[in-house]
Design a protein around this ligand. Structure first.
Ligand code: IMP
Ligand code: MG
Length: 223
């Protein structure tokens, strides 16, 4: 164990097992959402082309709106998994490999913390996502939800671009620390109000590469 770590909260093995379980559940939910979108698109297509449905009932093969020169019913676009840089990188890398579905990945840099252990309150976008989110299922992947400000801000930021859905998965949640109302859809582990590092999470840029999640000794940050 690293000498700056007071105790290990979750081992690499526990994190890996939990990540696989989360991936399985998320994949089921995304697949259900895509199936529903397909049904909605087909229903929309039929509603937009009643004459074709009537023709189909009369034994003539139904043609798509596209073949008729109309607007084609969209296949549901691939889900978009969004990694919040930098802390979510290890969790994101493991999670997307536990989701056996076609998906696209994107990366966003947000900051609400300086070098200390308390949130500054303001959220700043360092690098925004480039993909079009309109009509898509978006999965935001976070390392830890603390005050809730980062995710509340990001969900609002993405919702303005008209996605079909926005879900949030976080490896860790500190529900006792909320400053704004926010509930993640999927949580790896809930933790008490302690400052943790490892598996992507840092203190002043350090400890991100620890394979486990541990509580940092308060002496390290001078409390
Ligand atoms: P929030 O906006 O207060 O929810 O804070 C979110 C961000 O603060 C997280 O994405 C982390 O980057 C950082 N953070 C919050 N708590 C911890 C912690 O215990 N260790 C390391 N980073 C943390
Ligand atoms: Mg983070």
């Amino acid at each position: 164990m690293h000498p700056d770590i007071e105790r290990i909260l979750f081992t690499a093995e526990q994190i890996a097992a939990r990540t696989r379980a989360l991936g399985k559940r998320i994949a089921e939910d995304l697949a259900a959402s895509a199936a529903k979108a397909g049904e909605d698109a087909r229903a929309g297509e039929q509603a937009a082309a009643p004459a074709q449905s009537a023709a189909a009932q009369g034994g003539v093969p139904a043609q798509s709106a596209a073949a008729q020169g109309g607007v084609p019913a969209q296949n549901p676009a691939m889900p978009l998994a969004v990694c919040i840089l930098k802390g979510s990188v290890p969790f994101f890398a493991d999670l997307i490999r536990a989701i056996p579905l076609p998906l696209e990945t994107e990366y966003i840099a947000l900051s609400s913390y300086g070098a200390g252990t308390a949130s500054s309150g303001a959220v700043h976008i360092g690098k925004d996502i480039e993909a079009d989110v309109a009509g898509r299922d978006v999965l935001i992947v976070e390392d830890i939800v603390d005050s809730g400000r980062t995710l509340a801000f990001l969900c609002g930021h993405l919702a303005a671009r008209r996605p079909r859905s926005v879900r949030v998965v976080t490896l860790l949640d500190k529900p006792s620390r909320r400053a704004v109302p926010f509930s993640p859809d999927y949580v790896g582990f809930a933790v008490d109000d302690v400052f943790v590092v490892g598996c992507g999470m840092d203190y002043a840029g350090r400890y991100r590469n620890l394979p486990y999640i541990g509580v940092l000794k308060p002496a390290v940050y001078g409390d």
